[in-house]
Design a protein around this ligand. Sequence first.
Ligand code: ADE
Ligand code: ZN
Ligand code: ZN
Length: 300
Amino acid sequence: MYGSGLWSMMGTALVFLLMLIPGIMGWGKEGHYATCKIAEGYLTGEALAAVKQLLPDSAEGDLASVCSWPDEIRFHYRWSSALHYVDTPDFRCNYEYCRDCHDSAGHKDRCVTGAIYNYTMQLSSYQDSIVESKYNLTEALLFLSHFIGDVHQPLHVGFTGDLGGNTIIVRWYRRKTNLHHVWDTMIIDSALKTFYNSDLTIMIHALQQNITNDWLNDASSWAICANNHTVCPEPYASESISAACKFAYRNATPGSTLGDEYFLSRLPVVEKRLAQGGVRLAATLNRIFSSQPKIAVARR
Ligand code: ADE
Ligand code: ZN
Ligand code: ZN
């Protein structure tokens, strides 16, 4: 009896310690799956063919099934952990690439927006020669698909001092957790249970319906990048820190309990960010894998 009590105490202590280690996961598995599943539905034939060629065999042709891969390897590829987010100085509700895009050691470009530029550049070499590319384009595709999801999670563009909400301990209903985890996972989990019969497919279907109905006008503008650019993570990061200030941090001080009021008012924000991530990932992949010349040549 004594022995098993000790083991269970140690187990509890270990679980607690693990909970204190800041997570760097973006959206949880469900959020990334939803973003990539939505993107799949908007790929052009050309982009779909390139994606299928680059996917690992384990994906069985399904991008969504491997969109969480960068979270699974984050201990193995330690260099990649800073690439999941970009934080701003405390209480600054705007984002600036030059000021904010660095890792904790101050190395420039090592943040989620920098990573999105880098993997887009790598994938743009696909047309040249897939066999001889100096990059691993399979990894580039999975990183890009994951990081476009991450940059849409408001607290992946949070404040430096609280590690994007990771050190803000709150209760989600009766459960003790941190604010970052609420936004990565808990809001989506609660929505699945409360509104979608615990079925992610139904939730994704509802998001797709919204894109083609309520959000139709917005959705066509989500896909556009200013100045004919292939990828444009800057506005996505700006929108995220703005939503972090307005919705994530607001009324979520350390020790607070978040329940129905917080859940029901923030869920629409989470749903819109998942949909935007999906539409923008598809638009980006469509531009990367388009054989159209980037600059239209004026005809006589
Ligand atoms: N670690 C530090 N800041 C973070 C953030 N915004 N998101 C995830 N992990 C982090
Ligand atoms: Zn996260
Ligand atoms: Zn991530």
